[in-house]
Design a protein around this ligand. Structure first.
Ligand SMILES: *[C@@H]1O[C@H](CO)[C@@H](O)[C@H](O)[C@H]1NC(C)=O
Ligand SMILES: *[C@@H]1O[C@H](CO)[C@@H](O)[C@H](O)[C@H]1NC(C)=O
Ligand SMILES: *[C@@H]1O[C@H](CO)[C@@H](O)[C@H](O)[C@H]1NC(C)=O
Ligand SMILES: *[C@@H]1O[C@H](CO)[C@@H](O)[C@H](O)[C@H]1NC(C)=O
Ligand SMILES: *[C@@H]1O[C@H](CO)[C@@H](O)[C@H](O)[C@H]1NC(C)=O
Ligand SMILES: *[C@@H]1O[C@H](CO)[C@@H](O)[C@H](O)[C@H]1NC(C)=O
Ligand SMILES: *[C@@H]1O[C@H](CO)[C@@H](O)[C@H](O)[C@H]1NC(C)=O
Length: 364
């Protein structure tokens, strides 16, 4: 076993050299030794990350695929289909005596939310599907997952853990209590599948940038990283051009941390951005929120995200978990305070993430 691991690390180093040297040649050797060293270190971490994941048949498979995709980003067209889900929001038949006209918040409980992908041949051919607890556990076996951000990220964390541990309601209760401690981090090792998950409370983008710097200093990197922040900035700073500039800084730190993540479509860490939820202004629960978080400001912030080029669709390193479109399509009955949505939204986002991971790891 040790020999195999050692072999994996050596092959990882070999792979690292391949992917480091090829772009270096192209860049006219402008990369500093520091970058070179970093890339090596990252690749060893990745090799281990990847090696322990059962969806890989062998290390040699890994090496050949790494060298063949080192330069060109060959993204599967299936990835474009992942986010296209539709919602069905219907009255809960067991609540026939419910008075819907009373208020919008209470109607939240009245509606059942179901979602799915359209049943087209393409979706079927891409094998896009809702993953079971077992499938999800298999995919995340032996990975380190970090989710960092504001309350949306916390709800996302809850949904992910619920998928994996939901069959144990007592355990989920205690997880929920610990996870929802105000403004705190949360960490759990799911020993059954050797998964370590960290939730990092990071309400501002600058907190996320600090996290990247931490990773770099400690030279340890998660296999899956999900980030998202913006609502606090909107409420307390309320300056979309400042938001764009902090996002650019974040992008810079992500790119320097994972220098090949834009080229290397798979076998690299999976990086995601949780977009801003649609805000229903009339339902926001404080005067300040209603004042600062108008539709116009929301759109400015959304444009700032595009402008920062943080997302892969604009040439950046992160895949969008499209919370804006999920929340928009689910609609006003899916939120109780105009900002935090039904857990169904975050369950869907978790499934989108898992499908992104599976598809980006497949050979095309
Ligand atoms: C529902 O609630 C509204 C407002 O509270 C009230 O005017 C209406 O009579 C109620 N409808 C029924 C069927 O109870
Ligand atoms: C609206 O419904 C929520 C949830 O049932 C309840 O807590 C709240 O008091 C209601 N608001 C009004 C104005 O009736
Ligand atoms: C419908 O309402 C009942 C009674 O409140 C609840 O137990 C059930 O979970 C609801 N169904 C859905 C799908 O939300
Ligand atoms: C996780 O991986 C370990 C060893 O690699 C294996 O024994 C275990 O069955 C796997 N668990 C799941 C849920 O796939
Ligand atoms: C949460 O974790 C981050 C990153 O490790 C750290 O910088 C921060 O201080 C922690 N916050 C708390 C409240 O412990
Ligand atoms: C996040 O950043 C803000 C502003 O830079 C800072 O005031 C706050 O202490 C940071 N919070 C955490 C949890 O690191
Ligand atoms: C908004 O942020 C930008 C960039 O940080 C800054 O130049 C500008 O002065 C800020 N605007 C206001 C109104 O504070």
């Amino acid at each position: 076993m040790i020999m195999i691991m050692l072999g994996a690390v050596l092959l990882g180093v070999a792979a690292a050299c391949l992917v480091v040297l090829v772009p270096m040649g192209m860049a006219g050797w402008r990369l500093s030794r520091n970058v070179l060293f970093f890339s090596g270190a990252i690749f060893i971490t990745m090799a281990v990350c990847v090696h322990l994941t059962p969806s890989f048949s062998s290390v040699s498979d890994y090496v050949t695929s790494v060298s063949s995709v080192a330069i060109i980003d060959r993204r599967s067209p299936c990835l474009d289909l992942v986010s296209r889900i539709s919602w069905e929001v219907t009255p809960n038949a067991s609540l026939i005596n419910f008075n819907v006209t009373q208020n919008l918040s209470s109607s939240f409980d009245y509606y059942e939310k179901h979602w799915d992908w359209p049943k087209t041949q393409k979706v079927k051919a891409c094998r896009i599907r809702k993953l079971s607890k077992h499938d999800a556990s298999r995919r995340l076996n032996a990975s380190w997952v970090v989710i960092a951000g504001d309350s949306q990220a916390r709800l996302f964390t809850l949904s992910l853990l619920n998928l994996i541990l939901g069959s144990d309601p007592q355990r989920m209760d205690s997880i929920r209590t610990a996870l929802f401690k105000r403004h705190s981090n949360y960490s759990i090792s799911v020993n059954e599948i050797g998964m370590k998950l960290d939730f990092v409370w990071a309400p501002y983008v600058s907190n996320l940038t600090h996290l990247m710097i931490d990773f770099k200093a400690k030279k340890s990197y998660p296999c899956v990283l999900v980030m998202g922040a913006g609502l606090w900035h909107m409420l307390h700073v309320n300056n979309a051009s400042d938001y764009e500039s902090v996002l650019r800084t974040l992008k810079g730190s992500v790119v320097s941390l994972f220098p090949f993540s834009t080229e290397l479509a798979f076998k690299s860490p999976h990086l995601f951005w949780l977009g801003l939820p649609v805000l229903i202004n009339g339902m926001l629960n404080t005067h300040d929120k209603r004042q600062q978080m108008s539709d116009a400001v929301w759109h400015d912030y959304d444009r700032s995200l595009t402008g920062s080029r943080l997302l892969r669709q604009t040439g950046g390193p992160l895949d969008l978990l499209d919370i804006p479109s999920l929340t928009w399509n689910c609609g006003a009955h899916c939120t109780y305070d105009g900002m935090h949505y039904d857990i169904a939204i975050y369950e869907a986002a978790v499934q989108l993430m898992l499908n992104f991971i599976i598809i980006s790891r497949q050979r095309h």
